[in-house]
Design a binder for this molecule. Sequence first.
Ligand code: WAQ
Ligand code: MG
Length: 275
Amino acid sequence: MERQLYSVRMRAAAGGPHEAGGRHISGAERLVAEADLEPTVAGLLRRAREHPLGKADFIRITVEPVDPGTLMLIPSLPVSSVTPPGGVEAARRLAERLLTEAGVAQAAAAAAVSVLANGAGPGGAAMRGAVVMDAAGGRRLEPDPARGVRVSRLDWAADGRRRLAEVLRAAGHAVDAAAAGRVADALAMASKVAWAGAAAEVGWSDDPDYTTGYVAAPPLGYVRIPGIKAAGDTRGGRVFFLPDHVDLNTFIHRLERHPVLVELSGAIIPAPAAR
Ligand code: WAQ
Ligand code: MG
């Protein structure tokens, strides 16, 4: 049976709206039934107002119905975690190596990590969306390099978000409630990005106190990488690698517009410490 779902999107900035040069503080995406609209909007408002990057003076929450006829159900990527040999630089080299294993050219992998390390937006500012990079040549392809491409119209199917938190903990991934929500958002997004045709993806948070990042790709799954940045660093972001055979406009349209629910189905590999 086709249910009517609503896309709920939040973005928050300080110093005015993003399009007027405001600094990006927070953003989030949900896809929910009508009965869940109120708690969802309230939760995203709280998230925008209680953020370690500072006080937002612009918060926009958009509620829009999505076309139930185009809704896709896709599987989540399998989750694993690696322990880098030590230090931020080693973790970043490990991320580059994983990207090359997924078919990204070495130079493109290194370019992506360096873009994120230096702040992906103009002047090193945080972007609210992601960089799209040519997987072979390392060229940036996103139409607006200040905004990036924002993945939207996605969420977990049914009780996937809650079940994910349980299975992560059972597999020894050290995730408190806040981190579990973060992994849930990042895994749902990475699963949609893979479905849309990306060869691979790398990302880490711009929040100063969250230092675990990831590399995701169809042949690798979603690989968590602790310590990919130093605590206190507010530079972060995401890079999606586009293979030659996928058209840029088709890719962006899928990411931004196509409604997708993610089903918890990939394996959760025990975290190294729990083995
Ligand atoms: N679409 C595209 N890019 C996005 C989106 C989106 N919907 N949401 C965030 N980004 C980009 C944007 O450039 C943000 O500045 C940047 O990512 C960081 O966002 O332990 O928390 O929400 O397994 O701070 C990953 C690891 C956490 C989780 C990533 O990112 C784990 C994170 P944040
Ligand atoms: Mg953030």
